[in-house]
Design a protein around this ligand. Structure first.
Ligand code: GLP
Length: 241
């Protein structure tokens, strides 16, 4: 794993955005894996800015997202569908039909998981996957204990994850209990992975990722088995490394 140290959140966002822009310019038909959460918002802002000023085009790009809550419609402001449209898709020239996010309102979730895996397969795999990290080491919504062999599946969210994400909801009771997420094996199939971490709340997780063992109790540690991973983190997130 390659570690890039950023002075602050803005610099972290710049480094990550320029890597994605470079990828899209080199391969206008690239498949980019996207993440939600607060951390990638700065990257998305810079992609929009670059699209508007430099004309980088996403007309032939496809995107796949890591995860979605179950039981929240795509037009609900707390859905990851809504988040992605607001934070990125509505502001660049990507056709929405080339953006793929698991459907949290599917009638048959087993079928939805298989469908999502086929989408990624038909796109030829993910060229570069952006990841955040949960304080408990989750990636996507793969909570501690998830098999490293897992493909897209339905998960029960850890109480700590629901609490951490409750800041976006009116109350903790409104945070969904389940989600659909790419599995760890699905994420590991990406040709390149960029993991972003910002702030002191991620310091323990980043220290464990860098110095700890590969262990299913700490999902992000699977990344140590991947050949092309870059961690971009700011000083606060790297303070225990
Ligand atoms: C959520 C998402 C993850 C994300 C994590 C960290 O649980 N499902 O994909 O990495 O939150 O979010 P943040 O960037 O807000 O700290």
């Amino acid at each position: 794993m390659n570690i890039l140290r950023a002075d602050n959140y803005d610099q972290l966002s710049k480094i990550a955005a320029s890597k994605i822009i470079e990828k899209v310019r080199a391969n206008p038909k690239a498949t980019i894996g996207l993440a939600t959460g607060s951390t990638p918002i700065g990257v998305y802002k810079l992609l929009i800015e670059d699209h508007k000023t430099n004309g980088t085009t996403y007309k032939q790009v496809s995107t796949v997202n890591l995860d979605e809550y179950i039981g929240i419609s795509r037009d609900d402001p707390n859905s990851y569908h809504y988040f992605m449209r607001e934070q990125l898709f509505n502001h660049i020239d990507i056709p929405l039909e080339q953006t793929y996010i698991p459907n949290g309102m599917a009638e048959d979730f087993l079928l939805e998981c298989t469908r999502f895996e086929s989408v990624i397969h038909e796109l030829g795999g993910v060229d570069v996957q952006l990841l955040g990290i949960g304080q408990n080491g989750h990636i996507g919504f793969n909570e501690p204990g998830t098999s490293f062999k897992s493909r897209t599946h339905v998960v029960t969210l850890a109480e700590s994850t629901r609490k951490a994400n409750s800041r976006f909801f009116p109350s903790l009771d409104d945070v969904p209990t389940h989600a659909i997420t790419m599995g760890i094996a699905t994420i590991m199939d990406s040709k390149e992975i960029i993991l972003l971490a910002s702030g002191a709340s991620k310091a323990k997780a980043i220290a464990r990722l860098v110095h700890g063992e590969v262990d299913e109790d700490f999902p992000a540690s699977a990344l140590k088995l991947h050949k092309n991973v870059t961690i971009i983190a700011d000083i606060a997130a790297l303070q225990l490394v």
